[in-house]
Design a protein around this ligand. Structure first.
Ligand code: HEC
Length: 480
């Protein structure tokens, strides 16, 4: 409403794009930046303390991979989250920026520090290994890096929890209440130990490639170092696993309370219960896999074939993806819980817009008043403002297809029934926000949808169609 609508019709509101970029980012950030860095620093420290240059060399080699991946795909997808969310949902990211201004301000410095420390730590590894004093300094750089990586996650997790359940902030509007939202602590614990667990499995897996007898400068010692590493990493997996489980349970028990407090009805809860059960099953199996790996590693019964590590890894990826998706789904129809709907309408503005009109108060609208002559054009604007963040016209989550399922693909649709549906869509489909306009605007929307059914014309976004700004109500340009 306040921003020119960026829209790619086949992709709807960009949820898919934002989701894909964010998932890749999390899959790199958690195991590698948050999980692997502290473990690699620990390896370096252990090697120094026990005078084991072979372990140091192995840590360096694994760090090389982590360094390349985190500073390329990791950093790019981090920027990609900003780019995609500010294109598709500028209203939401704008609100979050206002609430979390100081948090993000701090995060910006922490992130810059993190990038500098990664470069410094990795690139100075060899030159700072010459004597004991500089080695100790080098290890300190690594510790600082591990702390910074964790702090960036700790700040961002506050935003994620807040979007689902702002808690006290709803009353106080205080930054500190937004940071310490009810989901903050359990989610941070869950993600921290999940990161350590998967980071340990990653190091374990990567070690196979550098400890082959024939290929390395570790020579005959390769297999022995690998055994050492597997033993240590399986302890990390074992402990992190227990804590991931405990925090996971806390987290998932914290959510239903907030859903119950949310007055919304059956469907959302049902959908949620479905996700909840599936997630619990998946969490259980994934943890069982990690547990098996950890026990085998600790006990050294038999050497685990390297592909076996891929099983918990893929299950972990699947679980994390499922988890992020469920987290996003449950939040509907809100982009910020109890504060702003996914289409950018503030909860507090809803009643006003419903009586005054959406078009009248939007910044970018072709017409301010719906008339018989501009019915379809106005309806298109209404669709863009009220529906396009979740629906495309005929593509991904296409509105025509949804209506065909409801009213039949080969039957005429009844405009009156459609208007009644629009007016009450949030009551029966609680994942959709209430219609934020007047009955006349609902009529225009329906006229547009009926026309769309015939033409199936794709709807261009402001990036290609440009914007039209009708004069604000009460402003008559011709007289000025
Ligand atoms: C917060 C995102 C969101 C917004 C905004 C939204 N919808 Fe939906 N809508 C959904 C989802 C999710 C579904 C379910 C899709 C499915 O089940 O495949 C849905 C389903 C529908 C359906 C089919 C309902 C049924 O029971 O089969 C219609 C029709 C529909 N939406 C129309 C609209 C219109 C018109 C608007 C704008 C006034 C709108 N939606 C705004 C998310 C949204």
């Amino acid at each position: 409403m306040d921003f020119p609508p960026f829209f790619m019709d086949h992709l709807a509101g960009g949820r898919l794009i934002i989701g894909l970029i964010a998932s890749v980012h999390v899959l790199i950030n958690h195991p590698l930046a948050v999980g692997a860095y502290p473990l690699l620093v620990w390896m370096e420290w252990w090697a120094h303390k026990n005078n084991r240059p072979d372990v140091d060399r192995l840590a360096y080699k694994i760090t090389f991979i982590v360094f390349i991946v985190t500073t390329t795909v990791g950093a790019m997808t981090g920027v990609g989250i900003w780019l995609s969310t500010s294109l598709y949902a500028p209203f939401a990211i704008g609100s979050l920026l206002r609430v979390f201004f100081w948090g993000w301000f701090a995060e910006w410095f922490v992130f810059i520090a993190e990038v500098c420390l990664i470069m410094w730590w990795f690139l100075s590894w060899k030159s700072m290994s010459v004597d004991a004093a500089s080695k100790v300094r080098h290890i300190r750089i690594g510790i600082a890096l591990a702390i910074m990586s964790w702090i960036t996650m700790a700040l961002i997790v506050a935003v994620l929890g807040f979007m689902m359940k702002p808690g006290e902030w709803s009353q106080t509007r205080a930054f500190i209440d937004a940071m310490t939202n009810p989901l903050y602590a359990p989610q941070l614990g869950f993600r921290t130990f999940f990161a350590l667990m998967t980071g340990a499995v990653f190091i374990w897996f990567a070690a196979f490639f550098f400890t082959k007898r024939q290929s390395t400068d570790l020579g005959d010692r390769g297999p022995a170092i690998r055994r050492w590493l597997v033993y240590r990493m399986s302890h990390v997996v074992f402990v992190s696993l227990l804590l991931t489980y405990l925090f996971g349970i806390w987290y998932w028990n914290a959510i239903p309370e907030t859903m119950k407090a949310n007055s919304s009805v059956a469907l959302l809860t049902q959908q949620f219960m479905g996700w909840h059960e599936q997630f619990k099953t998946l969490l259980g199996w994934t943890l069982a896999c990690f547990l098996f790996i950890a026990i085998v590693g600790i006990n050294d019964f038999f050497t685990l074939p390297r592909w076996a590590l891929l099983i918990p890894t893929f299950m972990g990826i699947w679980m994390l993806g499922h988890f992020e998706r469920a987290r996003e789904f449950m939040r509907k129809p809100w982009v910020i819980g109890e504060y702003m709907y996914s289409n950018g309408v503030h909860k507090d503005e809803l009643a006003f817009l419903q009586s005054e009109g959406l078009l009248k108060h939007a910044t970018y609208a072709t017409h301010r008043e719906v008339t018989d002559a501009n019915l379809v054009e106005s309806g298109r604007d209404v669709f863009m403002m009220a529906c396009s963040r979740c629906h495309s016209t005929t593509g991904f989550n296409g509105v025509v297809e949804k209506l065909e399922i409801m009213y039949g693909a080969d039957k005429p649709w009844d405009p009156a029934a459609m208007q009644a549906f629009v007016a009450g869509m949030h009551q029966t489909r609680t994942y959709m926000p209430p219609f934020p306009g007047t009955p006349r605007e609902a009529e225009a929307l329906v006229a547009y949808l009926l026309e769309l059914r015939e033409t199936r014309e794709s709807l261009p976004g402001a990036q290609s169609a440009g914007v039209v700004v009708a004069p604000a109500p009460g402003v008559n340009l011709s007289k000025q």
